[in-house]
Design a protein. Sequence first.
Length: 56
Amino acid sequence: MAGASKNSRTTVATHKFFCSCGGEIVMKTLVDNGKLKNIAECTKCKRVERRPKDFK
């Protein structure tokens, strides 16, 4: 049984997250003490959380 190839199954899915203030949440990468940290920041109110889910 031949299935679809691995490359044909990959799709680019972008999900836009929005803050309760109405601003869009953008993921940023910071270097802190030589370690990479991913943070989510609202463009409107500048609120910073660890991940976009935390804005609810």
